[in-house]
Design a protein around this ligand. Structure first.
Ligand code: BG6
Length: 486
């Protein structure tokens, strides 16, 4: 069990905090993982009265928790952990003094987590005030959200500024995809089962697809999203991190250093995509009006209300130039307003080397390992098997299915933010990102952005589809096909 901790959420009234961070803490409480004596301090710019803010949190929980998770009794006790404060995050004011008094009313070695749910541009100045106020103790950690910066250079400026006040081991760069249970299971699957690890290279694997499709559009984030686009918002972080976990070598041990070292090697081995490589291997798309689940939805430009070339879809054919993966394409894809919400990793194996069956017994489909992160968490392995309802030899594909949502105990809610916030409180950085990884990921992304800024426009796709046709052609060039759910 964790020791009591204080978590200060700067930007505590914002979208991320209300939708994800505070529900995550509520779940931690329900599961008995929020130790008595801990305090949750959401800071907001203005606070008319505390009760009003706490009621906003209450409403947020009811809206964003799953069915049956919320109940009045738990809320009543949980709400007592919450101590909202009004603070100007970049300048000393009375709010800061109140924060100092609150934090210093407990033992100086109590674990402190400063969660910066703020625009990256103010990570530095907020850290500076934390230092000025003498609030950074040896048991303090700072959690910062992705994407850090808009390019490699701006990320370095932000990382360097935060590093003036916090040591690298105190900086927890969060990528919530790493907190998803199935993502951790991917490591368990690879490194604790001999059958997978021995079949995990270019000799047996034909191609790997990593796809995160979303049905939501711009939501309320026009200001951020139109400047970022899918490449910065999803590929630079979530997709590249998943790629690292799929492709990395086994770490010596499960320490943060060992894991990060192996992930970094993957990022360093990514074949750079520059100039015409970008045209050949990267597709950018933007949605136009279409139909999603029987409802007509507007296009990106209608939602935005102005002209824009920002991409809402990206598909990439990536190559990892190392001994294990030489020649295996890694297809990365993400998009908004796509046909289904789904995040999955598909490992497609090579065909059998010699087919002993006649054509009329059925085609031999390649084995596939499907690691699904959402909407449900599962791991499936498709195999060929003999049909049982026929005397003739007839083959059919069958699926071994490990349904992780069913197998977990009732009280456990898989919640990436909960896991990672508790890891930060427990000072466990294994699932957080090192500065060098951020730098290397940007080094791969920057030339793509540069090329796009110079020329071209996104290919259009109808909302409610799987993206532009050019994304299908990208795979067809090598005889592959996206494996679309449903
Ligand atoms: C965030 C992106 O990091 O991840 C959002 O900024 C995206 O644009 C979200 O919608 C997706 O997360 P999840 O866990 O819902 O797949």
């Amino acid at each position: 069990m964790l020791n009591p901790f204080d978590i200060v959420i700067f930007g505590g009234g914002g979208d991320l905090s209300i939708r994800k961070l505070l529900p995550a803490m509520y779940r931690a409480y329900q599961e008995g993982n929020l130790p008595e004596g801990s305090r949750i301090v959401p800071t907001v710019r203005e606070l008319a009265n505390k009760e009003e803010f706490i009621e906003k949190v209450n409403q947020g929980l009811q809206e964003h928790l799953g069915q049956g998770e919320y109940n009045q009794q738990d809320w009543k006790t949980f709400s007592q952990f919450i101590e909202p404060l009004a603070i100007n995050v970049t300048q000393v004011d009375d709010g800061w003094k109140a924060l100092k008094a609150l934090l210093e009313s407990d033992a100086p070695d109590k674990s402190r987590v400063f969660y910066l749910s703020l625009p990256p541009a103010v990570y530095g100045s907020c850290s500076e005030v934390l230092a000025q106020m003498n609030l950074i103790t040896p048991t303090s950690r700072v959690v910062v959200e992705k994407p850090i910066g808009y390019c490699g250079e701006s990320a370095e400026v932000i990382n360097a500024k935060v590093a003036e006040y916090f040591d690298e081991q105190q900086i927890f760069r969060i990528d919530h995809y790493l907190g998803k249970e199935t993502v951790q299971n991917l490591m368990a699957l690879r490194f604790s089962n001999v059958i997978f690890e021995n079949l995990w290279d270019a000799k047996t694997i034909d191609n790997i697809q990593i796809s995160i499709s979303e049905t939501v559009g711009l939501e309320t984030r026009a200001g951020f999203y139109d400047k970022a686009g899918a490449l910065r918002d999803m590929v630079q972080n979530h997709l590249l991190q998943l790629l690292c976990l799929v492709a990395m070598e086994s770490p010596n041990k499960l320490s943060a250093n060992s894991i990060r070292t192996e992930k970094l090697k993957v990022l360093e081995s990514l074949r750079p995509l520059v100039n015409e490589d970008v045209d050949e291997n990267v597709i950018r798309g933007q949605y136009v009006p279409g139909e999603l689940d029987g409802t007509v939805v507007p296009g990106y430009l209608e939602e935005l209300g102005s002209a824009s070339h920002t991409e809402t879809f990206v598909a990439i054919r990536a190559n990892i130039d190392n001994w294990r993966w030489s020649g295996v394409p890694f297809y990365l894809r993400t998009g908004k307003r796509m046909k289904k919400r789904c995040a999955e990793i598909i490992v497609e194996y090579k065909p059998v080397s010699h087919n002993v069956y006649q054509k009329n017994v059925g085609n031999i489909e390649p084995n596939r390992l499907i690691i699904r992160l959402q909407p449900e968490e599962s791991i499936q392995l498709t195999l060929m098997s003999k049909r049982l309802d026929s005397l003739d030899m007839q083959l059919e594909p069958v699926t071994l299915n490990l349904d992780l949502s069913k197998d977990s105990a009732n009280t456990f809610h898989s919640d990436a933010y909960k896991r990672l916030m508790l890891d930060a409180a427990a000072n466990n950085p294994a699932l957080f990102i090192h500065r060098n990884e951020v730098k290397q990921a940007w080094a791969w992304i920057d030339p793509i952005i540069e090329k796009w800024e110079k020329e071209g426009t996104p290919s259009l796709y109808r909302a409610g589809t799987w993206g532009p046709e050019s994304a299908d052609e990208l795979l067809a060039q090598k005889g592959h096909k996206w494996f679309n759910v449903g």
